[in-house]
Design a protein around this ligand. Structure first.
Ligand code: AMP
Ligand code: ZN
Length: 457
């Protein structure tokens, strides 16, 4: 029997994972606030928890795993964007959700089983808030409802901070209606131009944290297995989720295992608009960096380590993927996963170790194994073939086709001098060229430049 070990932020230990119910393994991951394209950092938790999802499905069976990732489609950042652009909120959120799904699918991420939108769960949020007030954990003040942090003695346990530390370190919003500066908003009033729903406290909208608590309860119950997100969410978002959920449903334990991915940096620096190194997943895809290359680079670093995105890593990943795709062309994948490969993944998602095993398989010429195991990680998928086009697909160019045909003819009549000449020429265009059954096969290499082909006469 396989043993999955996961690092649990709550206990600060790597633990053997034992699901509450192996017939229904449940995972919740905080999803994006939808007002803009996902930046490259946003893609990291998506890829990390996609690997975990694949592992859980492998071990417990696909039909025994439920993965929920929400869309936060009510938030002040969305309101601000709508006001600035003079557009409807619903239009912005729908458009952004569409972009997100498309971009993440380009990275080979499977869609979760449920992708709830916060705005579809307002009655459940209102009910949870009413319950928290009734149980003495929340209070109404000036049209707001606030969670009383002092009413929950374990507040701060996840991130290991005391309330005093938190007040000192956090940018807490001081407001006259708060009993304690750490108290956080469950509900706030909406003026006429802002999205709002009727509630016992007047027309208003939910705070961010209650959204996840209500959706997780509705879709996964009062206790479930894994809760994930980037480590920037640990405090306050996840502390607040725990406080709300454990106070509303003291009979449950909320999430058993908390997992947090480290942040992504770019060329050794924090990704930020002011440093000019901020880019979206779509920017990279549009520059011709295949989603599979992004995925490869991400998987090469363990999720609990900071990940440094560099153009050099992307180039190298592109090149290796070309070689692997060529080596596995027409090959049948092995039936079974490699033992060392799987034990790396099971060891707290050691994808870096698993990637090292793939490199080893490639070096040892174990092509069927390479294909089987790489596909487990969402690499070398058949469906992705369009980004490594083989002769005659993807890229068509009259002159290029003619050259390839001429080379095949030259080889057929054993004019190897001419065949090699054409091969050199194709290589010079940045194509990767190989032969199969007397036919020239080419892929676009990392240095491939479409304009060079366009300018062929
Ligand atoms: P947000 O839409 O800002 O709530 O972020 C969505 C997800 O992306 C959360 O799980 C964040 O923790 C994660 N995230 C944001 N920035 C980064 C980054 N630079 N590196 C890794 N994950 C990030
Ligand atoms: Zn959340």
């Amino acid at each position: 029997m396989t043993t999955i070990k996961l690092h649990n932020t709550k206990t600060r230990h790597k633990e053997v994972f034992t699901p509450l119910n192996p017939d229904n393994v449940r995972m919740y991951v905080c999803g994006p606030t939808v007002y803009d394209r996902a930046h490259l950092g946003n893609a990291r938790p998506v890829v990390v928890f996609d690997v975990l999802y694949r592992l859980l499905r492998h071990v417990y069976g696909a039909e025994h795993v439920t993965y929920v990732r929400n869309f936060t489609d009510v938030d002040d950042k969305i309101n601000a964007r709508a006001a600035a652009d003079g557009r409807k909120i619903g239009e912005i959120t729908e458009e952004t959700i569409g972009w997100f799904l498309k971009d993440m699918s380009a990275l080979g991420a499977l869609e979760p089983d449920a992708m709830p939108r916060a705005t579809a769960f307002i009655p459940q949020m209102v009910a949870m808030i009413e319950d928290l007030i009734a149980k003495g954990h929340a209070y109404e003040a000036e049209g707001h409802v606030l969670f009383a942090v002092e009413s929950y003695s374990d507040y701060g346990a996840l991130s290991g901070r005391t309330v005093d530390d938190m007040i000192a370190g956090a940018r807490v919003e001081v407001a006259p209606y708060k009993r304690n500066p750490m108290d956080f908003v469950l509900w706030k009033p909406s003026s006429g131009d802002l999205p709002g729903w009727d509630s016992p406290w007047g027309r208003g909208r939910p705070g961010w944290h209650i959204e996840c608590s209500a959706m997780a309860y509705e879709l996964l119950g009062e206790s479930f297995d894994i809760h994930g997100g980037g480590n920037d969410l640990m405090f306050p978002h996840h502390e607040n989720e725990i406080a709300q959920s454990c106070c509303a449903h003291p009979e449950g334990g909320f999430a058993q295992v908390w997992m947090h991915n480290e942040m992504l940096q770019v060329e050794g620096k924090k990704m930020s608009k002011s440093l000019g190194n901020f880019f979206t997943v779509r920017d990279l895809l549009d520059q011709g960096v295949p989603g599979e290359v992004i995925r490869f680079v991400f998987l090469s670093t363990h999720y609990r380590k900071p990940m440094d995105w560099t153009a050099e890593k992307a180039r190298e990943a592109h090149y290796i993927l070309h070689r692997w795709r060529q080596a596995t062309l027409g090959i049948k994948p092995s039936e079974k996963l490699d033992v060392n490969f799987l034990s790396a993944i099971e060891d707290d998602l050691n994808t870096a170790g698993a990637m090292a095993e793939l490199h080893l398989m490639a070096r040892q010429g174990r092509r069927s194994d390479l294909l089987r195991n790489a596909r487990f990680l969402g690499l070398l998928d058949e469906e992705n073939d369009d980004f490594f086009p083989v002769t005659g697909t993807g890229l068509r160019h009259e002159k290029l086709d003619a050259l390839v045909a001429e080379r095949d003819e030259a080889r057929a009549r054993k004019d190897f001098a001419r065949a090699d000449e054409i091969r050199e020429f194709l290589l010079g265009l940045g194509l990767i060229v190989s032969d199969a059954n007397g036919k020239t096969i080419w892929h676009m290499g990392p240095d491939f430049d479409l304009s060079k082909v366009e300018s062929l006469k």
